[in-house]
Ligand binder design. Structure first.
Ligand SMILES: *[C@@H]1O[C@H](CO)[C@@H](O)[C@H](O)[C@H]1NC(C)=O
Ligand SMILES: *[C@@H]1O[C@H](CO)[C@@H](O)[C@H](O)[C@H]1NC(C)=O
Ligand SMILES: *[C@@H]1O[C@H](CO)[C@@H](O)[C@H](O)[C@H]1NC(C)=O
Ligand SMILES: *[C@@H]1O[C@H](CO)[C@@H](O)[C@H](O)[C@H]1NC(C)=O
Ligand SMILES: *[C@@H]1O[C@H](CO)[C@@H](O)[C@H](O)[C@H]1NC(C)=O
Length: 475
């Protein structure tokens, strides 16, 4: 009896103590004293957004606090660089710009909430390789997290969240009420040595991650989620970029999970900057109306040396998809994909030579894209409606297509003709169901015929360092 009374009193005491502790915590933001993360470079200086008047109540705008913090920290770019910590809380903000030798770190319970006040979104000129905005001919809203002409930038966290609150933008887009192209969540342009890792991105107004005219880029451990019907919520779009690694990402969205790009029609041809040396590894994609990995449709600067391996697609429209058109010019060549597993797909393989969708009427009808050297091997698919729909361009066939060791399980309600091919050339080996006559079967001796490079890309040798944060306010 006595011991039970003591136990009850002890439990009540504990509950009271815990309640007090919670109360105290909710009154002020606790900035952790120390933590560790992996980075391409570590930083000498640290500050918290709260040092610059940031308020994590989900209501107060922090746009000025972010911009002041980053402007302030840019002073030490050449003195060991800096990291800005965003503690637990809901941090409402419009667009802000990063600086070089800089890390933005989101605590696991930190949520950046994108503002819905259009005054918080500066308008920028269209990208030179696109000539116009994707949604509207005029300018485009700067991305939530933006950077240009930078080097050595990390955006990371302990799986902290960036919430684009896209519903507002999607509605206005559908109603034709936006004067400018919707913002992306993260865009870095003309930049070098970039790391975007360990974050969850929700409900982007438009594309999620857009590195453009940039090189040496690591994207790792990102979860991207948007409603499967949300417009243009592509996951990761490397665009006119060199030496890029995307790995260990989960993407579920309303558009392509990864879309590799390099500019649009005559603007992309004139700009002439390809995307090349890209590896995509251990990606899981759910995108019922789009592709797991799209190449194009904006590919006018060229796409070259793309490798993808250990890719899983679930309930997705297509696996790897090439999208192009007369007038695009450019090329898609030396593409290597292996070890892909696909479940419930409309098409396992899809190539589209008549995608259309031109920037304007001034495209050059003689600018034919070159599609060449497309290698797919070691794949299994199940519950697929159509194995492949491969449509090249009349007078400009897609060449050197190689597909080997691929087993496609057809859905109960599959189309009667599993393969349709026009204007394509290449071979197959050990592919079932049997491919179209334009890709003749070479027999089992060629089961390993389709290439996959054995040498690593330079980005694979980038080693991450263990970085730590200790509270040391800048004064
Ligand atoms: C950024 O870099 C690009 C390409 O090098 C250059 O054209 C542009 O003028 C630079 N912008 C600024 C603000 O320095
Ligand atoms: C990050 O958070 C998302 C959303 O809650 C979750 O689905 C994902 O598994 C988390 N990732 C890691 C590595 O913890
Ligand atoms: C097969 O795909 C159909 C859609 O084409 C889907 O309704 C069904 O649930 C899938 N079956 C399995 C076993 O995944
Ligand atoms: C064929 O592909 C499967 C994976 O789908 C793989 O396990 C197997 O080793 C491959 N066979 C050859 C001969 O490469
Ligand atoms: C920002 O930089 C100035 C020096 O220009 C410094 O005086 C100030 O304390 C810094 N920190 C904050 C929180 O404003």
């Amino acid at each position: 009896m006595e011991s039970m009374r003591i136990q009850i009193i002890a439990v009540i005491g504990l509950v009271i103590a815990l309640t007090n502790l919670r109360g105290a915590e909710s009154r002020k933001v606790t900035v952790p004293d120390s933590f560790e993360y992996n980075g391409i470079n570590c930083r000498a200086h640290s500050a918290s957004i709260t040092d610059f008047g940031g308020v994590g109540d989900g209501q107060t705008s922090n746009t000025k606090a972010f911009q002041e913090a980053i402007n302030n920290l840019s002073r030490v770019a050449k003195d060991g660089g800096s990291q800005l910590i965003v503690p637990a809380g809901k941090w409402l903000t419009g667009s802000f710009s990063l600086t070089s030798h800089f890390t933005l770190y989101l605590h696991k319970d930190a949520v950046l909430l994108a503002s819905q006040d259009l005054n918080e979104w500066p308008v920028m000129k269209p990208l030179p390789s696109y000539g116009r905005g994707r949604d509207a001919p005029a300018g485009r809203y700067a991305s939530l997290i933006f950077g240009s002409n930078l080097t050595d930038v990390i955006i990371t966290g302990d799986n902290g969240t960036i919430d684009g609150q896209g519903e507002f933008w999607w509605q206005n887009f559908h109603k034709g009420r936006l004067k400018y192209t919707r913002p992306y969540l993260i865009e870095l342009m003309y930049s070098d040595n970039l790391q975007i890792s360990s974050l969850t991105l929700l409900n982007s107004p438009n594309w999620n991650v857009h590195p453009v005219y940039s090189s040496n880029i690591l994207v790792q451990g990102i979860t991207i989620i948007a409603p499967i019907k949300s417009p243009n919520t592509d996951g990761i779009n490397p665009d006119s970029c060199t030496n890029v690694k995307i790995e260990d990402c989960y993407i579920e969205s309303g558009d392509d999970c990864v879309a590799v790009k390099s500019g649009w029609d005559e603007y992309g041809i004139a700009f002439g900057m390809p995307t090349k040396q890209l590896i995509i590894r251990r990606l899981t994609c759910v995108s019922p109306t789009s592709a797991t990995i799209a190449l194009g449709s904006e590919m006018s600067g060229g796409i070259e040396d793309v490798r993808a391996e250990d890719i899983t697609a679930i309930h997705t429209e297509s696996g790897v998809r090439i999208k192009t058109a007369v007038g695009r010019g450019g090329y898609v060549k030396d593409i290597y994909v292996r070890r892909m597993s696909m479940h419930t797909m409309k098409w396992a393989f899809w190539m589209t030579g008549n995608y259309g969708s031109h920037a304007d009427k001034n495209y050059d009808p003689n600018a034919l894209p070159v599609i060449q050297g497309i290698n797919y091997r070691d794949m299994v698919a199940e519950n697929v409606s159509i194995a492949a729909r491969l449509e090249g361009i009349s007078g400009d066939p897609f060449k050197e297509i190689c597909i080997s060791n691929v087993t496609i399980g057809m859905a109960a309600k599959a189309k009667k003709v599993p393969w349709t091919c026009t204007d394509v050339e290449g071979i197959t080996s050990v592919v079932s169901p049997r491919a179209c006559d334009l890709l003749p079967d070479q027999g089992p001796a060629k089961i390993t015929a389709c290439d996959f490079p054995t040498e690593d890309l330079p980005i694979e040798s980038v080693k991450l360092q263990k970085c730590s944060y200790r509270r040391n306010l800048l004064v």
